[in-house]
Design a protein around this ligand. Structure first.
Ligand SMILES: [Fe+2]
Length: 91
């Protein structure tokens, strides 16, 4: 459903969707990094590297002209991501 919505957006809004997605992924990565045991340096380093990649994607979207999404759209994206996270524990 969200994909169909994004398909109807203009280029700048589509890039804004990418920007917001990467922003939310960064937040999730921070959450997971904070939950790691202190001595799990290997996992922490992996998550830090993944976050660097996601930040680059976000910056690229901004450089290509992304525009900000409405707060309702950001909230919908956040909600759908939380639903997917919850469902992933069961499948
Ligand atoms: Fe990404």
């Amino acid at each position: 459903m969200l994909g169909a919505y994004v398909g109807k957006l203009n280029k700048e809004k589509s890039l804004g969707f990418i920007y917001e997605t990467e922003e939310q992924v960064e937040e999730h990565l921070d959450e997971y990094t904070d939950k790691l045991p202190r001595n799990d340096k290997k996992s922490r380093d992996i998550l830090i590297e993944i976050k660097k990649d996601e930040t680059k994607h976000k910056e690229t979207a901004r450089e290509l002209g992304s525009t900000s999404l409405s707060s309702q759209t950001k909230n919908l994206m956040s909600l759908s991501s939380r639903v997917m996270k919850e469902l992933s524990f069961y499948f």
